[in-house]
Design a protein around this ligand. Structure first.
Ligand code: HEM
Length: 268
């Protein structure tokens, strides 16, 4: 039989694991968005910073193990307990006919948005990984003398000149174009450019990035309460602008990567 103390300490431990994994995911998110923003931020350099960083990451030994241990498992642990928390908590900032509270204060709204953004992140991350890590990701093709990283893209007026500058070979196959690059970084850049030339994908990823930015730094604020760092009302209030700056920074990096990798930096 489970005693009350066991239930409580289990929940306590899970709460801490959830919080630690959330904090770890913020660090990963920052790293990920810094790398991606390099596809855009140094205008006119053809995303060479992105290519260099992706090549470095792709050259790490045991990359798949690293991805599972440092990204997959923290995400699953945080997401598992997050979903459980959502089903056992009640937001109280929505509209009401008087049968439940309807508190329109900033922190009550943030509590609700933390939960709404959880769903966007859960669906968004699964979709993003399926799309960019598996379905569209470059395939490694080895011949006796060379290795090429191959992606399938759609033709557009600027494709040829961008491919020429990046030293990527193009081969037309029906409606598609097969891009063959000498490094994984360049192949990933071609894939990112191809995705974000669609305004629909830009819009979907905009919602995803804004949700992630809010969830991460609003979560950072609540985590400082979880760990007893922000206890007084004054300290909690004083720290809010810092979290908004964190949200703005993540949003800027993410939106730069989405809207800049084709529409600003690599269109022609
Ligand atoms: C980019 C991915 C994510 C990051 C960076 C992240 C980060 C965080 C952080 C730092 C916290 C604060 C923890 C605390 O208060 O101690 C948090 C809270 C939370 N997260 Fe996430 N999270 C992510 C994805 C998810 C997903 C996919 C879900 C569930 C579907 C989720 C559900 C929650 C919930 C429900 C809370 C609020 C817990 C509470 O108020 O007690 N998160 N998140």
């Amino acid at each position: 039989m489970t005693t009350r103390t066991e239930v409580t300490s289990g929940a306590f431990a899970w709460r801490r694991i959830h919080s630690l994994m959330g904090l770890w995911l913020i660090i990963y998110l920052l790293e990920h968005l810094i790398v991606n923003s390099q596809a855009t931020l140094w205008l006119g350099d053809d995303g060479i910073g992105f290519v260099r960083l992706v090549n470095t990451l792709e050259s790490l030994p045991y990359l798949q193990v690293i991805e599972i241990v440092f990204i997959g498992i923290p995400f699953v642990l945080h997401g598992y307990w997050g979903v459980k928390r959502i089903f056992t908590s009640k937001s109280n900032s929505g509209s009401s006919n008087g049968s439940k509270p309807s508190l329109k204060y900033g922190r009550n709204r943030a509590y609700s948005w933390q939960r709404i953004t959880s769903w966007i992140l859960l669906i968004g991350v699964i979709g993003h990984v399926a799309q960019m890590r598996f379905l569209m990701a470059p395939k490694e093709v080895r011949t006796d003398s060379e290795i090429r990283y191959v992606v399938t893209v759609k033709n557009d007026p600027g494709l040829e000149s961008v491919a020429k500058r990046l030293n990527v070979v193009l081969e037309t196959q029906g409606d598609d174009v097969i891009a063959k690059a000498k490094s994984p970084g360049k192949a990933f850049l071609m894939m990112v450019r191809d995705t974000f030339k669609s305004p629909m994908w830009c819009a979907a990823y905009t919602i995803f990035v804004l949700a992630a930015a809010f969830h991460a730094f609003n979560g950072f604020w609540t985590s400082l309460i979880t760990w007893g760092v922000l206890l007084s009302y004054r300290s909690q209030k004083a720290f809010l602008p810092i979290c908004w700056m964190g949200i703005a920074l993540l949003a800027f990096l993410g939106l730069a990567a989405i809207w800049g990798s084709y529409w600003i930096n690599l269109r022609n």
